[in-house]
Design a protein around this ligand. Sequence first.
Ligand code: SGN
Ligand code: CA
Length: 533
Amino acid sequence: MKKWYSLLLIIIIGCSTNDKTKPNILFIMSDDHAYQAISAYDNRLINTPNIDRIANQGILFTNACVTNSICAPSRAVILTGKHSHLNGKIDNHAKFDDSQITFPQLFQKAGYQTAMFGKLHFGNNPKGVDDFFILPGQGSYINPKFLGKDKDTIITGYVTDVITDLTLDWFKTKRDKKKPFLMMYLHKAPHRAWWPSPDKFAEFYEKEFPEPETLFDDYLGRGTAAKKAEMNILTHMQYMHDSKVKPSAFEQMDKVEPEIVYIKSDGTFMRPNAQGFNRSFDRANKEQKEKYNVTLDKISDDFKTNWPKMNDKEKMRWKYQRYMQDYLATISSVDENIGRVLNYLEETGLDKNTIVVYTSDQGFYLGEHGWFDKRFIYNESFKTPLMIKWPNVIKPGTTSDEMVQNLDFAQTFLEAAMIKAPDDMQGKSLIPLLKGDFNKWDRDAVYYHYYEYPSVHMAKRHYGIVTKKFKLVHFYYDIDEWELYDRLKDPNEMNNVYNDSQYKDVVKKLTQELKEIRIKYKDSEELDKSFIY
Ligand code: SGN
Ligand code: CA
């Protein structure tokens, strides 16, 4: 009998120690989710009650940002804890060197059970995960294909639901209860071309959204980079591919407009945008197509009737509404599906010892400055949503405006799991901020470096330093221009004050700090040149 008691005691102590000492981690990341489209940050566009649960029960970061605002590079920074110039994945095209240590490998080695479902964007064999189903490259919204550990598969359904089903199925049938887990639950939505589920498509088509103040920005207070970028909703967003006007709607139009049809050098014209539309829509089966068609036909009818009468301002407004209807509809699915996973954790009691993180691989423009897409160090693309809940550690309802980056995630998770971080990781663990030890946080500035140019959207190469108050940027490669923004006085970043004499001292001080931070993170002009190809 005595033996039994001691054994029971050992088991109880063993379990509870394990519970307390090794938290589970649920890392949720979406692709291109703007903080403007999360009600915990801003409720003008959409309500996201489930994502908000994470912020309400934990901490919300209002100055969280990325080091390089583009998909695959951001993911490489998160996995390695190193800036792009050191991990080598400077843009979406560079190869990811998978001989590098990534944080999931360290978790796996330390006895965690690890899994990954959804969009990684590179590689077909993610290292350090016991189980995975990842989308090949960008993946598809409708009936997506997945690369699996044992075999590849195509799953019928809408991508956000499917990724969640895979995640929940893993929890229910594969989780090893004796081990803590690291789950990487990675959404494809709301990436371009913003295909919602058929139901959300119909629901959101009926809605109208407020326009941002700077929708009609003429970029006069800015430099060459903003003027030359190809991400304007009026000029660069495509009627078929993005606004989802059916290709057939154009065939019935008697006028050929250069902005919707490309004239080839031999005088014939083609409809390149139809390819994008078809690539997504053709994946739908008969039943799905019928559902989508109800809304698609409404869009096409509206377009055919009204577009010929519209001036440029009206076209901009029309495209903006179409954009928001679809983008936000995809977010609504993300939010509901996150709710399913959070509910599961609560129902099983797993929530008590699980750190839940919600973030995006970068921010996104929702019409601010007339733009969609990302890439720039300017606010909407530089900042990214970040909220973390950790019961009994993070005080519910905390907000922090500290300058934190996706570079910090690896070291934060490793410290939470009491795993030693490699010395060459370049971030800073956020644990003091999570524990409310705000005076133990001593970072004033972060470093940023974007490379992918020339490329789609033509955002020029640049690097810069950002503090809570200022942003100093150097555009280089084919131009040599400097910009300074006063983040507090000019939150919309309408005026470059680099040459304003009032900011002479700020420019001097920040230029020196930028030099120092480049040295600190081991970036240099030589490296800049080595990445020019
Ligand atoms: C595609 C998109 C771009 C987007 C890049 C990179 N065009 O090329 O708008 O900037 O991906 O996105 S699309 O017509 O194919 O939708 S990233 O998130 O993968 O970096
Ligand atoms: Ca992205």
